[in-house]
Write a protein that binds this ligand. Structure first.
Ligand SMILES: [Zn+2]
Length: 212
């Protein structure tokens, strides 16, 4: 569902650019709104969320899909935690659909999906592991890297229930915007993946904006 934002970029309190292959870590206070902006189009922003006051509570794809009765995420979706608490709500979306089933790229899955020699290529899971290692104060370990959302990624379900990785439906300047319903840690891996048709084999930067 396409819903445009009423928020003006010049009023944002945070405005950061994240290059492809980098991670982005930030705490969003309850009531604040975060926008993830696809600057050049068809980029995949692989994102994890944690309760900032108790990181053992985290985003749950299963609870979110079950509670809304739909596998696609868009405006109106309430992101649920593994304790079935509402965590964030998608308040604006100019892309129209985001994936939470396909999972993130990892060096191991890249060898299966593409070719054995892709093992050495940087992957989203590496970026998250680096974030966990560089931010010990969060108390996270690799066991906490679980369900994620692939913002801007197109993973349509076929009529017989199969997952298909398709060309992206996002474009330059499209965005998704979420309002936090609890203090939330956002951990984005801006996907470095050079083999993924979803970003047209060309990983590009994203922008993150936050409003009070
Ligand atoms: Zn990735």
């Amino acid at each position: 569902m396409i819903v445009e934002s009423q928020l003006a970029p010049e009023n944002a309190i945070v405005r950061d650019t994240v290059d492809a292959g980098d991670y982005y870590l930030k705490t969003i206070k309850k009531g604040q709104t975060v926008r993830i902006l696809d600057l050049e189009g068809n980029q995949a922003a692989d994102t994890l969320f944690y309760n900032a006051n108790d990181a053992s509570e985290r985003y749950s794809a299963i609870d979110t899909v079950r509670e809304q009765g739909n596998v696609y995420l868009t405006a109106g979706t309430v992101l649920m935690t593994n304790d079935c608490n509402p965590m964030l709500t998608i308040v604006a979306d100019t892309c129209g659909r985001h994936d939470t089933l396909g999972g993130a790229c990892a060096t191991e899955s890249n060898t299966v999906r593409y070719a054995l020699e892709k093992k050495c290529m940087h992957a989203c899971r590496d970026s998250w592991l680096l974030a966990v290692a560089e931010n010990e104060q969060l108390g996270l370990s690799k066991a906490d890297i679980t369900h994620n959302i692939n913002f801007f990624m197109n993973v349509p379900i076929t009529a017989d229930g199969k997952l298909s990785f398709a060309d992206g439906i996002s474009g330059a300047g499209k965005y998704v915007e979420l309002t936090a319903l609890m203090d939330t840690i956002i951990l984005i891996s801006n996907c470095p993946q050079l083999n993924n048709p979803c970003n047209a084999y060309n990983p590009t930067p994203i922008e993150v904006l936050i409003w009070n």
